[in-house]
Design a protein around this ligand. Structure first.
Ligand code: SAM
Ligand code: DTB
Ligand code: SF4
Length: 324
């Protein structure tokens, strides 16, 4: 796909909602089996005490939040998560650590071990560990890492309203390191932090200019957490979320669009609209990293009601192909 101009992208974002949803649904159907939605789970392997000051984040050491801080877990502790994932159609496990950047120390050896453990079970592993050098990303790739998550979060113009301890170019540099190491990229953002439509379009434009496009694009709605600077941020309308998802689907047609944080606030009807508009992944399990998430059984009921199926991991698809 030739890059679109920013004006063209703005035109898409501003389409009458019903037309936007139709257009996105058509593009979704062209590129994916619309019944398949990937179920991912999150594991916070190191929680809290992060030196960064991201205004949305309960894990920043700068804010007084009520999370349970812990140092890096041991690889064995992941066994239960792996078993649960395999039993419940979860095909990707995303490991999150509240680090500013990856360091070459004992903890890094442990995460390498974790990545190998999960990959050996034919699950996709994604990691979100903050800034990373190409060499470190390469080591994770060699251990089997499938994707690295590093969100742009918002536009470059709005970035310094949200984070002061790093800048947009640091973010883009990490994404470039991840790509050079041969990993797939998971990068998206958060809506509902007080940003304008222009900021949302700019963020999508930056993602759209990355070549190849990020394979995975999480769209989070802010979960306001007590103690963070954004704790009193007003809720956004579900229609804004649907508009964002539909635009993402159109401008990043082959990417997995992840209906991420904020799902707990959504009705089944609202989630169905998001799937129609092109979302094809969710985080499941009763906890995201530190905040609550939808009940797994309710999600299962939603899948049954809407006729959705859990999408297998790439490793499971290869294993299936080899068996036949
Ligand atoms: N420290 C790493 C980093 O910043 O890349 C990884 C962990 S961080 C928690 C991963 C992503 O979670 C953030 O980029 C942000 O998009 C999302 N996130 C964190 N807190 C959130 C909140 N309260 N509401 C919505 N999304 C949130
Ligand atoms: C992403 O974009 N959203 C997920 C995952 N990538 C790491 C994290 C959402 C975290 C929400 C706040 C919390 O639970 O701490
Ligand atoms: Fe740290 Fe990541 Fe939270 Fe920012 S989003 S404070 S870098 S854990």
């Amino acid at each position: 796909m030739h890059p679109l101009s920013k004006e063209k992208m703005k035109g898409i974002y501003e389409l009458p909602l019903i037309e936007l949803i139709h257009k996105a649904a058509e593009i979704h159907r062209k590129n994916f089996d619309v019944k398949q939605v990937q179920i991912s789970s999150l594991v916070s392997i190191k929680t809290g005490g992060c030196p960064e000051d991201c205004a949305y984040c309960p894990q920043s050491a700068k804010y007084n939040t009520e999370i349970k801080i812990h140092k890096l877990i041991e690889p064995e502790e992941l066994k239960a998560n792996i078993e649960y994932a395999k039993k419940h159609g979860i095909s990707r496990i995303c490991l999150g650590a509240a680090w500013r950047e990856v360091r070459n120390n004992r903890d890094f050896d442990k995460v390498i071990e974790m990545v190998t453990m999960i990959t050996n079970e034919d699950l996709e592993v994604c990691a979100t560990f903050g800034m990373i050098e190409e060499e470190q990303a390469r080591k994770l790739a060699e251990a089997g890492l499938y994707a690295y998550n590093h969100n742009l979060d918002t536009s470059e113009a709005y970035y310094d309203k949200i984070i002061s301890t790093r800048n947009y170019s640091d973010r883009l540099k990490t994404l470039n390191n991840v790509r050079k190491a041969g990993l797939t990229i998971c990068s998206g953002g958060i809506i509902g932090m007080g940003e304008s439509a222009e900021d949302r379009i700019s963020m999508l434009y930056t993602l759209h200019l990355l070549q190849p496009h990020p394979e995975s694009v999480p769209i989070n709605t802010l979960v306001p957490v007590k103690g963070t600077p954004l704790e009193d941020q007003p809720k956004i309308s579900v229609w804004e979320l649907v508009r964002m998802i539909a635009t993402t689907r159109i401008v990043l047609p082959q990417s997995m669009v992840r209906l991420s944080a904020g799902r707990l606030e959504l009705s089944t009807e609202a989630q169905a609209l998001c799937f129609i508009a092109g979302a094809n992944s969710i985080f499941a399990g009763d906890k995201l990293l530190t905040t609550p998430n939808n009940d797994f059984n309710k999600d299962k009921q939603m899948f049954d009601l809407l006729g959705l199926q859990p999408k297998p991991s790439v490793h499971q698809k290869i294993a299936e192909y080899n068996r036949n």
